[in-house]
Design a protein around this ligand. Structure first.
Ligand code: AMP
Length: 362
């Protein structure tokens, strides 16, 4: 079977590598000259909404998926009557607009921070009075890794916030003084079978994911998170992997956002789970039985951002994934996964990697 993938970044690359073991071939569309997924299958160099390239992908593939969240929904709808497109474009539509996403969480009784839709400085003042400060102001669309956000701590910064972000559609949400951030990854196939992965705890630096650890050993929040992710999967008649990001406060959870795709916080599943998120995504969209998501002990992952130090290539423990991208400040170039028999041992390995690799100067 032939899978068409819109986007050929590292997520596409890891999907392409997983496809080999499943006897599937992947064909990609991406505007870049040497994208990471070129190692895993042919890439047509074209914009994500290039009608001609998308039509060819639709006509030559059995199913089309995407690894990139900013694909225009209209581009997917153009081909959706010719080839199955998974995850469903309607899920992408919700994920691309923070307001639609929050309304979906509300409709499904998934708890979320208080929020307001913002169209003016007056709306910002009203939100600050009703919700209180700090407020996190976010663009409704095209924000990622904390970009397009402003934390409003004092009322006298409202005009600055408006000047910084006011040209876009906005929402303002309650600042959550969370204990930790977690992500719940679930996968649903065309028949509606669902598998969920052990809950993952994530640490961010400057809005970017830095370290993930699984499993989260709190049965109460694990149960809630699994229920929420299942609600989303079923309600959206979803097909493929979906990742729900949540804030943990005590034994409670608040939904932040969801990604309709395989996710950085699930990279540990390649070595750390019986079946990776990439393999299960492919099984889901080709409507095959999903495979076990069981974790092999305790897993952790560290992102390599901006550069891959030499020390990363000399590791005695941990598995390096080098996406083959050119180094650039703030760019995700690779990651290292560690799997161990205990949480303490995993954390010791991650701390060693932090000390010897990510903090090394060469
Ligand atoms: P986002 O792009 O919405 O995922 O935000 C990026 C990061 O900003 C999150 O992972 C959090 O660390 C932080 N953040 C976002 N929204 C809030 C909030 N309402 N309260 C506290 N921190 C937040």
């Amino acid at each position: 079977m032939r899978i068409g993938i819109i986007g050929a970044g590292q997520l596409g690359q890891m999907l392409g590598f997983a496809a080999r073991d499943l006897d599937l071939s992947c064909h990609f569309i991406d505007p870049s000259v040497t994208p990471p997924a070129a190692q895993a299958g042919p890439v047509v160099q074209a914009a994500f909404d290039d009608s001609q390239a998308l039509a060819t992908l639709a006509d030559t593939c059995d199913v089309v998926t995407y690894e990139f969240e900013n694909v225009p929904v209209t581009a997917l709808l153009e081909i959706a009557d010719r080839v199955p497109v998974y995850p469903p474009p309607d899920a992408l539509r919700h994920a691309q607009d923070r307001l639609a996403e929050k309304r979906l969480f509300e409709m499904l009784d998934i708890p979320l921070p208080a929020y307001r839709s913002i169209d003016s400085i007056a709306d910002l003042n009203e939100a600050a009075t009703a919700i209180g400060l700090p407020l996190v102001i976010k663009t409704r669309r095209l924000g990622y890794d904390g970009k397009g956000q402003f934390v409003l701590r004092h009322l006298d910064a409202i005009e600055t916030a408006w000047r910084t972000l006011g040209q876009a559609d906005l929402i303002a949400e309650q600042w959550v003084d969370f204990d930790s951030e977690v992500s719940a990854i679930g996968v649903r196939n065309v028949d509606g079978d669902i598998v969920t992965y052990p809950l993952t705890r994530n640490e961010h630096v400057d809005g970017m994911l830095r370290i993930s650890r699984a499993p989260v050993e709190n049965p109460v929040i694990t149960r809630h998170a699994e229920r929420y992710v299942r609600k989303l999967l079923d309600n959206l008649a979803y097909v493929g992997v979906l990742t729900l990001e949540l804030f943990v406060v005590g034994d409670g959870l608040f939904a932040n956002e969801f990604a309709p795709r395989v996710h950085n916080s699930g990279h540990w599943t390649i070595e750390g789970a019986a079946t990776s998120q990439f393999a299960n995504h492919l099984l889901a969209i080709t409507n095959r039985p999903l495979q076990s998501s069981q974790i092999r002990g305790y897993a952790g992952m560290i992102n390599l951002i901006g550069r891959i130090p030499d020390a990363a290539r000399r590791l005695k423990v941990g598995q390096l994934h080098d996406y083959g991208k050119l180094p650039r400040r703030g760019r995700k170039l690779g990651h290292i996964t560690a799997v161990a028999d205990s949480a303490a041992e995993r954390d010791r390995i991650l701390a060693d990697i932090e000390r010897n690799v990510t903090q090394s100067t060469h």
